[in-house]
Every structure is written in C-alpha cells, then in structure tokens.
Design a protein around this ligand. Structure first.
Ligand code: COI
Length: 362
C-alpha cells in the first residue's frame, strides 16, 4: 500500500521577488524552497506519517544516532522545466532503487520505490514556482534518510526519518561547463573491498573532504581516488569518471566500491546508441597516463547528477600532469552532454522513456 501524504503549507513562503532573484542566479546548494517532505519509520510501525511541511530546522536530540555513527544515506536528482512550463525529472526509479541498495548496506529500512517517487512529486508540486526556467538551471532534489533514534549503543537505529529538500541550482562547478583539472590523491583512498563505496552515504563524502581540500590547494576542482592497491581508477570525490579513446571506445572503472551513477549509465547508453563501444572494467592509472602520451586516449570527463558531464582537461599529482590543463572540451564529451541535456529539458526525443512528468502539460 502506498503512503498518503498530508500537506501543511508554509505560513511564511519566500516573497516572489526574492525567489525570482534567487532563481536568476541560484548557484549550487545555497537556497532552499518553502517546503520539505518527511516520512517517519519505526521498527514496529514501518513507514508512516508522510507529510509535506514548511521547510525549517529539525529539532534533534543530541543523542540521535546519526550525529554519532553517521547512519545516513542520500540521493541527488533534478527537476527540469520545459519550454511549455511543465516540470519533469529523470529516471527517478533508478534513484529510488539505489537508495534501497544504500539502505541495505547502512542497515537502514528500504522505502518503497513508489513512495520515494511520490515524495519527490509532492514536493515539486507544492514548490513548483522554485523550478528555474531557461539555461541549464534546475531544481536540485536531495532525498536523504537519517537514523534519529535517541540511543548511543552501536547498532542499527529503530527509528528513522526519510526527507526530501529542494534547492534551485545552476552549474555545480563555478566555471560552468569549462573543462576542469582533477587532483590525484596518492595518499588517501575513498573505499575498500567490502566497504561502503557503492552506497551513497554521507561518510564516503566526509572522507573525501580532506583530499578535496588538497585538490583545491593545487588548483583542482575535484579529487580522483585510486583503489587500495594504488593502481586502478575508482571515482572522483562526488562523481564518476569516463575516458574516451581515439577509436571511439568509452572506458569507465567497474568495481564493487564505486557508486553506480545514474548519469554515467545514461551517458554510456547514449554513447552505445551512437555506435561507441563501451567498456566497464578495471582501468589503471598507467592506462590513462600512457594513453594520453601516445594519443590513444583523447578525452576524459566527470559525470554525476549535480555536475552533469564536465570535461577533465588534466589530471595532476605532485609528480606529474597527465593532459593539458588548458585543453578545450572534446567532441565526444560535448556531444554526449548535449544529447543528455536535450532529453532532460524535453528538446530531444526521450527514446528510452527516461523522463517522468511531475507537473504541467506534456
Ligand atoms: C550528485 O551529483 O547529485 C551528488 O550527489 C554529488 C554531490 C557532489 C553533489
């Protein structure tokens, strides 16, 4: 049985002209809409009390489990406004299913896919005016789940809350879609065998912050992690990585400790549709280094919901620079980015049935 949602409208929504000012230049992750979704779970009662309520601070007991042991997972999605005003999202069932897999790993309860998608729809319906128009702006949606049981024993929490918040968003990187340089972390790993690398949990991102700081100190936008052997590529601090070969083959790391990116899967599908060979397999750092040196690797890009597709101009480490930090975006990255965003904004045929209408006309 799917959940029924109640709606309590905000008594103090942001004024229309203030909202328009935010939508004109949203940045990333700084402004939030007027409402949020909450659904509670208890071990005895299951999921209940689904509600859309005014956005605001949570009252939490300082002994809530999430504050101590990090039992938390999240997702990233976007709502896109089309030229006719309707609002759509992209493959929401994929995010719902991934959240179920993350929940299983973090010993959190699984929210049914239909309830997840309905939660997102409910929030976008009430905060529809916050979905930006034009350009590549969108409403970034952040579903997340926290262990809110008041208990300091180290075991899976018996009370949990699922929430969705929304934030109007422009490009994730300050330079927009300009190619970025990436810092190779030679000191830290992101994940290990049997760890939480494939789960979208806060702890993975917390562990990436120090290396990301080092990346910034070296003029790089993101950090790239290798596996624990120091040989194979894993992923970036907050997105997947793909290499493009001169013969048109796309290569991306395959490992149990990498996030199964919805954006990456979709881009690789579009590439396969266009006749590219796609290889998902272990990829070594030497392959990247040697391929750039001998011309057999011509492009690299980062991909994720927030960043969409961002070309990687160069990979830097204390010892070397692979690629040219001033290289322009390559043709494969540019074309795939356009194909994906055209589908997301309704400018191209949605031949895979990826788009899901949230509000407005078709
Ligand atoms: C996303 O791409 O949606 C993410 O969750 C990654 C985060 C760096 C914003």
């Amino acid at each position: 049985m799917t959940l029924e949602f109640t709606l309590t409208r905000s008594a103090q929504p942001v004024a229309g002209d203030t909202r328009q000012g935010v939508l004109a230049e949203p940045g990333f992750g700084r402004h939030f809409t007027d409402h949020m979704v909450s659904i509670d779970w208890t071990v005895d009662g299951g999921w209940h009390d689904a509600r859309v309520e005014p956005y605001g601070p949570l009252q939490m007991d300082p002994a809530s489990a999430v504050l101590h042991y990090g039992q938390e997972i999240f997702e990233g999605m976007k709502a896109y406004r089309r030229a006719n005003g309707s609002v759509w999202t992209f493959r929401p069932e994929e995010n719902a299913k991934r959240m179920q897999r993350s929940a299983a790993r973090l010993a959190l309860p699984q929210l049914p896919v239909d309830d997840f998608v309905e939660a997102v729809r409910q929030l976008v319906e009430v905060d529809e005016a916050w979905v930006p128009e034009g350009g590549e702006n969108s409403l970034y949606l952040r579903p997340f789940m926290i262990a809110n049981e008041v208990f300091l024993g180290v075991r899976a929490a018996q009370t949990v809350r699922f929430m969705v918040i929304a934030s109007p968003a422009g490009p994730y990187f300050a330079g927009g879609v300009k190619p970025v340089s990436i810092w190779l972390s030679t000191e830290y790993n992101r994940a290990g065998k049997g760890g939480t690398g494939a789960a979208k949990c806060g702890g993975n991102y917390a562990a990436s912050l120090l290396p990301t700081q080092q990346a910034a100190e070296n003029g790089c936008a993101q950090v790239l992690f290798l596996d624990e052997s120091g040989s194979d590529l894993e992923e970036l601090g907050g997105m997947n990585v793909v290499l493009v070969k001169a013969d048109g083959t796309l290569v991306t790391p395959e490992s149990e400790s990498i996030l199964d990116g919805v954006t990456r899967n979709s881009l690789l599908q579009l590439a396969a549709d266009a006749g590219h060979t796609v290889e998902r397999r272990p990829v070594t750092l030497s392959e990247w280094r040697d391929g750039v040196a001998d011309g057999s690797i011509t492009e690299a890009f980062a991909c994720g919901t927030a960043a969409v597709l961002t070309p990687i101009a160069a990979l830097k480490s204390p010892d070397e620079v692979i690629g040219d930090p001033d290289a322009p975006a390559g043709p494969v990255a540019t074309s795939l980015r356009k194909q994906l965003t055209d589908i997301q904004y309704g400018r191209a045929d949605d031949r895979h049935g990826w788009m899901h209408r949230l509000t407005g006309a078709r």
